[in-house]
Design a protein around this ligand. Structure first.
Ligand SMILES: [Zn+2]
Length: 533
């Protein structure tokens, strides 16, 4: 079976096209980390950027990168009216330490005349010359046909001439770009079916933008019509509405028989299990909250709320899930909420690893407790770690690590009112561990930060267990429950293993709510690390 499957190639452009996203600015360190991540995931081509366009990208291509993936530099074909030996942009590209060069060229006659202000024939010559120059330098060559689909609709023979020129000059891939992102799947499929009559499909790629939210669908439409390379980005990053999302494309290729039976990709089953982590790592780097509703990797992708479904899921998961969540590193979530039935709670306890008989009276008590707390503002659907602690406490399995016997937070303004004054925040925390009392004080850039720093400064014998603990997100929401407003604080934490968890605190006082969430996070980490009581 496997031998008969055709190879389909994945090309990632997160670092080039993805970097066009508003507010995204990758540092060199980010780029190195993302390249490593993509390489470990099994992506075939990793486009690093545009050497010569900015110092970061120039530096990135100054040294060769040892990867399994083909490291690719991006840039324009030679300018009209110049020779390949007299074009500084092309020279920078040819000097880049990359195994492949992906050129971009116009393929819409209108753009050739209006934007490039040159003749149609000169544009074809520029494509041929640039491909040949890169081939002569020993590089694998790809050519992105910009605005290919719009160009094809306006002047099919010219768009095809661009594609054919690149192919005949020796480009291994001619990539059809839906640059404006407005082409629809049936159009992509019909046009690619025509193109494969002139350039073989195993030399054709698709580069789709998401302006009608069909970049993924357009990529598959091109594959159905014969294209054998898909270009995309992690999490669909990209300017305007983004590029085709490889995080959705990879599992569809590997888990849906229509594609899985026909194609083989460089991502193994094992590598695909890292997909959720890869997706979240990128968000982390960009300081973005992961999209809960992202297909395959979102927290909600395999979450079910209603009690009636939960009992069916426990019996037969396949009835409610289109693929196995574990295949992409995700897991089934049966949401514990005020709608939760007993089966939700039982399934969640089982996932956590708490063995309880389903008729145990404590299960009903836990459910009541969850309902009561959610009514006043706790959000256990989001704060899974706080739910786990609540459950463990009710089942009597949380060791008493330490007690906070006192804390004090002071916010003061020093200096003259207005000019030159500064606001200082200090916190003092008294922790009791066994017979010892530890007192820590710390300054912070705000009350919650000061409290956090003071609390984690000295936890005595537990300090070594929380060394790798980091708070990665802090969200505050004011809720109006009944007559008084309460504050809900959600804290996301991460540790040295890369695991993320969320804890919750609720109080009329924001400091108190934050403190509860902080404490839950630390206790959760201690339990996870197996710290002794
Ligand atoms: Zn693009």
């Amino acid at each position: 079976m496997a031998a008969e499957r055709e190879r389909l190639y994945l090309f990632d452009t997160t670092l080039r096209d993805g970097a066009q996203t508003n507010g995204v600015d990758f540092t060199l360190t980010d780029k190195f980390a993302i390249i490593r991540m993509l390489d470990e995931l099994g992506i075939d081509y990793v486009e690093g950027g545009y050497p010569g366009a900015n110092p970061t990208d120039t530096q990135l291509f100054a040294e060769p990168r040892m990867l399994n993936a083909t490291f690719t530099a991006f840039g324009m074909v030679r300018r009209p009216g110049r020779s390949t030996s007299n074009d500084p942009g092309l020279a920078a590209l040819l000097d880049a330490k990359a195994e492949a060069i992906c050129f971009v060229a116009k393929s819409w006659d209108y753009h050739v005349r209006v934007a490039l202000e040159t003749t149609l024939e000169e544009n074809l010559a520029s494509i041929r010359d640039s491909v040949k120059a890169a081939k002569d330098k020993g590089r694998e060559v790809l050519l992105d046909c910009e605005h290919f689909f719009d160009g094809y609709k306006a002047n099919p023979s010219y768009a095809l001439a661009c594609a054919k020129s690149a192919h005949e000059a020796g480009a291994s891939w001619v990539v059809l770009c839906d640059t404006n992102g407005g082409t629809l799947p049936h159009e992509v499929e019909a046009i690619v079916r025509e193109v494969v009559k002139h350039v073989p499909g195993d030399h054709l790629g698709i580069h789709a933008h998401n302006d009608t939210e069909q970049a993924v669908a357009n990529s598959f439409a091109a594959v159905r019509a014969g294209a054998r390379q898909i270009q995309g980005t992690l999490n669909g990053l990209g300017e305007r509405c983004g590029n085709a999302n490889l995080v959705s494309i990879i599992p569809t290729l590997k888990l849906k028989p229509e594609y899985a039976d026909k194609f083989e990709i460089g991502v193994s089953d094992e590598q695909m299990k890292s997909l959720l982590r890869v997706s979240h790592d990128l968000d982390e780097r960009l300081n973005r909250w992961p999209n809960r509703h992202a297909p395959y990797v979102g927290d909600s992708a395999f979450a079910t709320k209603a009690g009636i479904h939960a009992s069916a899921i426990v019996k037969e998961p396949k009835t409610y899930e289109h693929v196995e969540p574990e295949a992409v590193g995700n897991h089934r979530r049966l949401l514990v909420s005020d709608q939760a039935g007993r089966s939700n709670v039982l399934a969640e306890l089982e996932r956590i690893g708490l063995k309880v008989d389903k008729n145990d009276r404590r299960v009903a008590r836990l459910l009541d407790e969850v309902k009561e707390r959610e009514a006043v503002g706790y959000a256990y659907e989001t704060a899974g770690a706080s739910f786990e602690l609540l459950a463990r406490r009710m089942l009597g399995t949380v060791p008493k690590f330490f007690d906070i016997s006192y804390f004090d937070v002071k916010v003061e303004q020093r200096g003259q009112n207005g000019h030159g004054s500064e606001v200082l925040t200090t916190a003092v925390v008294k922790v009791k561990i066994g017979d010892d009392t530890l007192i820590s004080a710390a300054e912070g850039n705000g009350p919650v930060n000061a409290l956090d720093v003071a609390l984690r400064k000295d936890l005595g014998k537990y300090q070594k267990f929380i060394e790798g603990l980091k708070l990665t997100d802090y969200r505050v929401r004011i809720l109006n429950s009944g007559t008084e407003a309460v504050t809900r604080v959600l804290i996301e934490s991460e540790d040295e293993t890369g695991e993320h968890w969320t804890t919750v605190g609720v109080s009329p006082n924001i400091i108190d709510a934050s403190f509860q969430a902080l404490m839950d996070s630390i206790v959760y980490k201690l339990i996870k690390a197996g710290a002794p009581a």
